[in-house]
Design a protein around this ligand. Sequence first.
Ligand code: 2NL
Length: 386
Amino acid sequence: MDYEALGEDAATRIAAAEGLEALEALRIAYLGKQGSISALLKTLGALNPEERQATGPAIHALREHVTEALATRKEALEAAALEARLASERIDLTLPAPEAAPEILRGSVHPVSQVMDELAEIFADLGFAVASGPEIEDDWHNFTALNMPESHPARAMHDTFYFPDQTEGGHSGPGHGGDARALVLRTHTSPVQIRTMLGQQPPIRIIAPGRTYRSDSDATHTPMFHQIEGLVIDKGIHLGHLKWTLETFLKAFFERDDIVLRLRPSYFPFTEPSVEVDTGYSFVDGRRVVGGSGDAPGHSWMELLGSGMVHPRVLSACGLDPAEWQGFAFGCGVDRLAMLKYGMNDLRAFFDGDARWLRHYGFSALDVPSLSAGVGSRAGVSGAVA
Ligand code: 2NL
């Protein structure tokens, strides 16, 4: 028998198989239990050793040839099927979603992004630029320049995520602070302000919104959260400027004229004096609503942000003469501002990526915050996409 011709014939049929099902039928016909090649292999057992030596290798080569042809064709058919699927399931993201598009096709702006845009708009009106910097910081910019030298107790309060040691003979990790090159995930956006002071001459007016990280996780803390800090450096700056700026900012943000602030003495390593800023609020329909004096009937005070006059040591670390330049700084959680304004009660849901939550609390991308139109979304406190 001409096994080679048999093999060629089989290979031709296999290469012409139109689909995976047809291919499988051919595999069974040749190599299945009742297959023609399987039958040939079975005849080998009945042969004497000489005959087996003569025909065995040819039959085995035939099986090899057919097995290989099957594998090659299978790969080609599968690749073609994938190509077809990719082509048919492609979504053209450049097309606008039609009015009746399924909800899932319509994106929305996350409340954190919305609030950051609102803050940028409010502070732009006050002459502040938006500054940004790396989320992976070195120990010097995150701590040392902010008057938190090695072994400063406030370092421990930050629950820092340290990177594994990068340098030979260097060290990093809790208890090894002070190596200026050690890398951390920034615990606040203050290093952005440090970098700004080092990089440009005063007067400086900036806000630094962005992601920050602390090794902390419970109902009110997520390992990643968002902060906004503000910094003003100029001549003759005092606490009065700080209070006016914060009051103006909060009135614009909450879109209310009756915001009342209470400044309490506090402590931060990077400010002196340091003040904690409280605002009055009351409960309306079971929701915390900012406004009024915390001393008014039915009202209380809640802490909203931390601030103070920039510590002379921080100015010096950034090459500024404290006798010539003064400034104020403040810091506050963006996630918390969003919760207060738009009424969410669980911080963790912010970062679950649940599309239903995003549909409920998200904002239309076309609804850009502007002071003239009202800095909040037109969707207002309901926060829903229009
Ligand atoms: C808070 C308190 C604060 C600052 C942040 C700051 C930055 C520089 C110099 C001085 Cl470069 N201060 N930032 C000042 C006081 C308070 O944040 O409770 N944040 C969530």
